[in-house]
Design a protein around this ligand. Structure first.
Ligand code: CA
Length: 676
């Protein structure tokens, strides 16, 4: 067939006839500050992850059907295979495989999972360059590390664009993500914390102390029947974990190492060292992994298993791991304490011309998939306060993702029995570099517009962009947690501790919800925000009202340092377990006005209600010819009303008007008829 075509058209004409598009946002920013060493050898082996692009409209509709205002009370989550079928993964994966093979790349049959959003392919640099119309070079970064990258965006056939969202692995720079961990000291040094009554080594927090502080000491829930997933970019020593369990008398919950992309359980910056004390001295990532596992065990010590999804520290590594957590769909609760500034210099660009780049959209889609499958995921919001990138007011990815629950940090004082809590900040007014102290990450996303569950809440620093974090928990190393790593106990803090503790608490909640018949908790934010805004909020959350993160201040209610605050364990679990569904909506697809037409002969109340609105939506009334008549109050509880007057309070004349609804950059309109 191809020969026949070539017989008809000269090759050049055929190529030109095929419409091509660029995949935006793939060039690593690091290329700008790196030294070009030369072109990659044509036979250099390149490992790629070709990531499926999901139909965003179908995703929105599906999420609306599960979490939306008109969704059934009992959520119907999709299984992984239902998701694969609904989103046509077979067809999309085949399109990616065909493209790879047509360009001389080899599809890896050992990772050919039909429910995965990734096709693994590899081949020589020369073929990869031709497939994506890039030149692969070697660079030396400012940190001395040599890596492969490209300095122009990959170009693909337009016909492939609906199926291929991104190609990961063209660039192989590592160390992209940072652990949000604060190592205080070896606990054996008996460093006295500013906080008393803790029973762990050296005055650190033991699991029982965490339960006492956060209202879980009365519960018999242990996470039985639940699986917690942790995303990790470093290794751990199983003997360290056993020592933690033994010291605190925790049941022997299995820790399952999952080597994504055949990654081994090794430690160190290059992930090729044994996980021992010598490696820990230069590798805080090893501390991160032990911290995450220990914190999950601290509250969910009776879980079925803790799955430690581990990969190399690169964009490809992280995305493959998220994808595997979603594809496996075994863990209904997940946590990541690895992040990077939204505008990271070591990473690809997350926002281009005001829109999320292909890479950030890809992350968003995998988190949206988790939401459709009833998986809850938490991310640490960072330990650098308001200055996540160290220089500008910025926030951390993935905590700033709209389908992620971002977890900030607090600082405890007083005692275990009578704790006081404020926003964590040991950097004071200066920009917080992790070496000089730490502070809760929080602020406003420069990538994502405000999600429906957040719009209209008071206390937000922005009513147009995503606010971070959503919730918080103790993260101050001075009131830190006992963690066993490298053959001894340490006292750790960081938002890294806060995220897995929220995940473990959610495993308890899921255990309770399954008994209550309300199903898995799923995407947490819609419910957490509804509960936090309810009249019983004070019994469910410890509102943090003092402290700051170097730019934003804590305050009553939501704030951009600690979100809605820390949990009051058993109260929040029972409140969230009794509810079948809390609605949120980003969609404007069901908006309508009633009564319409409004007729003076039929209705005594001069009012037209516009309903099925996302909370926080703005509605304006115009004449048909486009003259502004009035702005209506922001939508609350799904509706807003027009009293049939103009902005000066005068009654409007008979005729046709239109309403314009706007939220998060989306809008819709409709016509209202007034008959007098
Ligand atoms: Ca607050």
């Amino acid at each position: 067939m191809a020969v026949l075509l070539l017989g008809i058209f000269p090759v050049g004409v055929l190529r030109a006839a095929q419409s091509m598009v660029a995949l935006q946002g793939h060039v690593p920013m690091q290329v700008r500050s790196a030294t070009l060493l030369g072109r990659a050898q044509a036979d250099e082996l390149v490992q790629l992850s070709l990531a499926v692009r999901l139909d965003q409209n179908l995703l929105d509709q599906t999420l609306e059907g599960i979490y939306g205002r008109n969704a059934p009370a009992q959520k119907h989550y999709l299984s992984s295979s239902e998701f694969a079928q609904k989103f046509g993964l077979a067809e999309k994966r085949q399109a990616l495989k065909d493209f790879a093979q047509a360009n001389g790349l080899t599809v890896d049959p050992t990772e050919d999972n039909p429910e995965s959003m990734i096709v693994k392919a590899s081949g020589p640099a020369g073929s990869v360059e031709q497939a994506f119309q890039v030149q692969l070079n070697h660079y030396r970064g400012p940190d001395g590390k040599v890596f492969r990258a490209h300095d122009t965006e990959p170009i693909i056939p337009a016909a492939l664009a609906p199926h291929l969202g991104a190609v990961l692995g063209l660039s192989n720079n590592t160390g992209v993500y940072h652990p949000h961990i604060q190592m205080k000291s070896a606990a054996s040094a008996a460093l006295q914390p500013s906080f008393t009554g803790a029973t762990g080594p050296g005055g650190s927090l033991a699991p029982a102390d965490v339960k006492t502080i956060y209202g879980l000491s009365g519960t018999t829930l242990t996470g039985a029947g639940q699986t917690v997933a942790l995303l990790e970019l470093d290794g751990y020593n199983p003997a360290d974990i056993t020592s933690y369990k033994t010291t605190f008398g925790l049941s022997n919950t299995p820790i399952t190492f999952v080597g994504v992309d055949n990654t081994a359980n090794l430690c160190g910056l290059a992930q090729n060292q044994p996980c021992n004390a010598a490696t820990l001295a230069s590798d805080s990532g090893m501390g991160e992994v032990a911290l995450d596992i220990d914190m999950a065990l601290a509250l969910a010590s009776g879980a079925t298993q803790i799955m430690v999804y581990t990969n190399i520290n690169s964009n490809l590594g992280v995305f493959d791991a998220y994808n595997m957590i979603a594809t496996d769909n075994i863990a209904k609760v997940a946590s990541t304490s690895w992040g990077k500034p939204e505008l990271s210099s070591a990473s690809q660009i997350l926002v281009i011309n005001g829109s999320p780049s292909s890479l950030s959209q890809l992350e968003n889609q995998v988190f949206q998939r988790m939401a459709t499958q009833g998986q809850t995921i938490y991310a640490a919001s960072g330990d650098s306060g308001a200055y996540d990138d160290g220089t500008t007011v910025s926030v951390d990815d993935p905590a700033s993702q709209p389908y992620m629950t971002g977890v900030g940090g607090t600082s405890l004082s007083g005692s275990v029995a009578a704790p006081a809590e404020k926003a964590w900040n040991t950097c004071g007014a200066v920009k917080c570099l992790q070496s000089s102290g730490g502070s809760t990450g929080g602020g406003v996303s420069s990538v994502w517009t405000i999600p429906g569950y957040q719009a209209g809440s008071s206390g937000l620093a922005s009513q147009t962009m995503r606010n971070v974090p959503d919730v918080a928990l103790n993260a101050d190393p001075a009131s830190g947690y006992a963690v066993y790593v490298g053959g001894g106990f340490w006292q750790f803090g960081g938002t890294s501790a806060a995220a897995p503790l929220w995940a473990a608490m959610t495993a308890l909640m899921n255990q309770e919800r399954l008994v209550a018949g309300t199903g898995y908790f799923g995407f947490a934010n819609p419910t957490l925000y509804q509960l936090a805004k309810s009249t019983s909020s004070a019994t469910l959350f410890n509102d943090i009202a003092t402290g700051n993160n170097g730019f934003y201040n804590a305050g009553v209610g939501y704030d951009n340092t600690t979100g809605w605050g820390s949990f009051k364990g058993t109260n929040l679990i029972s409140a969230a377990s009794g509810v079948s569904s809390f609605a949120f909506s980003n969609s404007l697809s069901s908006v309508f006005a009633y009564p319409n037409p409004w007729d003076t002969r039929k209705y005594t109340q001069r009012q037209v209600t516009i309903t099925n609105l996302p909370d926080g939506a703005s509605v304006k009334i115009f004449t048909l010819s486009g003259f502004w008549v009035k702005s209506l109050p922001l939508a609350l509880s799904g509706s807003t009303a027009w009293d049939l007057t103009n902005d000066s309070g005068e009654r409007v004349a008979s005729g046709l008007y239109y309403y314009l609804v706007n939220i998060s950059g989306s809008n819709t309109r409709g016509v209202i008829a007034i008959i007098k």
